[in-house]
Every structure is written in structure tokens, then in C-alpha cells.
Design a protein around this ligand. Structure first.
Ligand SMILES: Nc1ncnc2c1ncn2[C@@H]1O[C@H](COP(=O)(O)OP(=O)(O)OP(=O)(O)O)[C@@H](O)[C@H]1O
Ligand SMILES: Cc1cn([C@H]2C[C@H](O)[C@@H](COP(=O)(O)O)O2)c(=O)[nH]c1=O
Length: 221
């Protein structure tokens, strides 16, 4: 059974870039690595509806905090069997965003912190009711809100299909989401967390994660 690693952070933080570097580093060491990004755009109707809502479609869907959270959660529920198969066939499964994204953004939209009712609701919905696999380790890519926003803006200018959505345009939401992520990491919500930043060397982080996984072996998922 492989280790389930999750990379979390703000929009534009660099999660996708970091995830690709980690996968490359582990594969170079001979590890069997599978990777998946949530939301699963183009594969999940729930993910696509969520993205469309954040770009102004589907009436008032985006204004409902819980409706949005349910769409992202249903995407993951549909992916759960595939995820379990990936864990059975690999040494490491790396996810770019997972349940903690829903906890962080939902709590931030409600102006709650990491100990608030939204985080408990997401935990109950996704881990207890939907039975999603619990990560072995969650990595918070903690970059300044302004840097993440700048990267998201630059990406929107260079990538025609990547214009900023409603959450990415909302600087206050990004700020609050960063605070909830900090709280989740400090509380080691659902698993151990480790923090990386814009200066973190990807190779060294890959080694750190492998060591943490090894130290955590024997802990049942
Ligand atoms: N370490 C880095 N240095 C410079 N630019 C970076 C770095 N990491 C990512 N970027 C750039 O920042 C932009 C956002 O990066 P990326 O797509 O990896 O972020 P993300 O956290 O996955 O974003 P989102 O959650 O919004 O999809 C991209 O244009 C990427 O090329
Ligand atoms: C998976 C997931 C995502 N979100 C938020 C985070 C982003 O602002 C948007 C879309 O995600 P992307 O990575 O920018 O494509 O939705 C969320 O609130 N809950 C989730 O579970």
C-alpha cells in the first residue's frame, strides 16, 4: 500500500509545479508514483460544474458556500475507488489539492478558523460519510498571498484557458484561506503536515517527505 501525500495551498501558490518536481524526483529514485489533481476538470461533471459556477454560470450556485463544497466533494467521492486502486499499485500517490482544500476555502468563506464548524462538516462529509482515504502526510505550500496572486494573474495572461475565477479575484478570501491553512497545518488536521515555502528546494523536500513517510510507517490509514 502506497503513501498518500497531498500538496495544499492558495491559488497560484505553485502546487502543480511543485507536484511535478516531486514526482520527477521520486521516479528518478525508482519509486512507483501516481498523481492526481483535484478538481478533476474534464473527467468529473461535478468539477466542471464547479468551475463553470466560479465563472458566472449556473445562476446563484457560486454564492452558496455549501453548494460549491458539495460539488468538489462529489468529484472526490467519484474518484475514491480509483484512488484506492492507485494506492494499491504504487509506492506514492501524490494529490494536488484534496479534502483540506474544501475545509480551508469553506471555512474561509464563512469567516471561520480551522477549529470552526465548517472544517468539522467537511471532515464528517468526506472522510466519515464518503469514506475517502485519509492522507499519510499533507504538505502546505505556504507562499505570501501577494506572490500567489501575482502568479495567478501572470498565468491568466499567458494561458488562454486559465482566466482567473471568482475565488482567485477575491484577495480577502485568499488571505483568510491562507490563515485557515496555517491553522490546519498547526493542528495537524487529519494527518501530519509539513510546510514548504517559495524557497524550498524540491529535491530536499522529496527526501524530507520520504523520511516522514518511513517514520510514519505502521500508522494505520
Ligand atoms: N517556484 C516558482 N517560481 C516561479 N514561478 C512559479 C513557481 N511555481 C509556480 N510558478 C508559476 O506560477 C503559476 C502558478 O503555478 P501553479 O499552476 O503551479 O500553481 P497552483 O498552486 O497549482 O495553482 P492553482 O491552484 O490556481 O491551479 C504558473 O504560471 C507557474 O509557472
Ligand atoms: C479541490 C477544491 C478546490 N476548491 C477551490 C480552490 C480554487 O479556488 C477553486 C478551483 O480549484 P483550482 O485548483 O484553482 O482549479 O476551488 C475548493 O474550495 N474546494 C476543493 O475541494
Amino acid at each position: 500500500m502506497g503513501g498518500l501525500i497531498v500538496v495544499e495551498g492558495l491559488d497560484g501558490a505553485g502546487k502543480r509545479t511543485l507536484s511535478a518536481g516531486l514526482v520527477e524526483a521520486w521516479r528518478a529514485e525508482g519509486a512507483r508514483v501516481a498523481t492526481l489533481a483535484f478538481p478533476r476538470y474534464g473527467e468529473s461533471i461535478h468539477a466542471d460544474l464547479g468551475a463553470e459556477a466560479l465563472r458566472g454560470q449556473h445562476g446563484d450556485t457560486a454564492s452558496s458556500i455549501e453548494a460549491m463544497a458539495l460539488l468538489w466533494a462529489l468529484d472526490r467521492r467519484d474518484a475514491a475507488d480509483g484512488l484506492r486502486n492507485m494506492l494499491a499499485a504504487n509506492d506514492i500517490v501524490l494529490l494536488d489539492r484534496y479534502v483540506a482544500s474544501n475545509a480551508a476555502y469553506t471555512a474561509a468563506r464563512h469567516h471561520e478558523d480551522a477549529a470552526g464548524p465548517s472544517v468539522d462538516w467537511i471532515q464528517h462529509l468526506e472522510y466519515e460519510r464518503f469514506g475517502l482515504p485519509v492522507p499519510d502526510l499533507q504538505v502546505l505550500l505556504r507562499v505570501p498571498v501577494a506572490l500567489a496572486a501575482e502568479r495567478a494573474r501572470n498565468r491568466a495572461q499567458t494561458d488562454a484557458g486559465r482566466e482567473r475565477d471568482a475565488y482567485e479575484r477575491d484577495g480577502d478570501l485568499q488571505h483568510r484561506t491562507g490563515e485557515v491553512y496555517d491553522g490546519l497545518a498547526q493542528r495537524h488536521w487529519m494527518s501530519q503536515w509539513t510546510v514548504a515555502d517559495a524557497e524550498t528546494d524540491t529535491q530536499q523536500l522529496a527526501v524530507r517527505i520520504s523520511n516522514l513517510l518511513r517514520e510514519g510507517e505502521g500508522v494505520t490509514r
